[in-house]
Design a protein around this ligand. Sequence first.
Ligand code: 5GP
Length: 199
Amino acid sequence: MKSENERTNDGAPRRGRVLVFSGPSGVGKGTLLKRLFAETDFPLVSSVSATTRSPRPGEIDGVDYRFLSRDEFLRRREAGEFLESFEVYAGGALYGTLRADVEAALERGDWVVLEIDVKGAASVAATYPDAETIFIEPPSIEALRERLKGRGSEDDAEIEKRVAQAEAELAASGFYRRRVVNDDLDEAYKKILAFLSEK
Ligand code: 5GP
């Protein structure tokens, strides 16, 4: 596949693209994105979100997230540094995308991948009307529940919280330009590839 990071006639890099991926926890978003990064020549870069939640074992500051104290997060939010920021789970941590990171990537001609929740996606789509917004959905809520159970990383109460969150996200996801049902991983991957190759 040829690189899409071409130059315009005056030699400046072509402005990049914003690619927003959302979908319930356990839907297989991470696996699909990993494949996209490993197997395509698209000039993809991940946007590293900021969050006030604590790092999980193995997570690296500046790679998985920028882990900020709540005070620091709120100060930067007040200063207008966030393109979008939300409390993803009610009463929980704050998450946000830093505007400067996204703009720098776009100017380099990169395709910036944002893996963010539905509220964040709506906000990004309002700022960047050309953003590609892709919602990955499970074949059914029951299938999602089974997947979360199979992962074994959450207890039953946590699973039900995520299932309820998934139902709410599905209900609010009508504005996405693309939808991909992750029933068969290969099929879902091909569909995403086709969407990204369209222009
Ligand atoms: P986790 O804590 O499991 O890493 O992420 C929880 C949720 O936060 C995921 O659904 C993820 O999409 C969302 N998220 C991660 N970063 C951001 C962000 O910068 N903005 C928004 N709005 N959501 C985010």
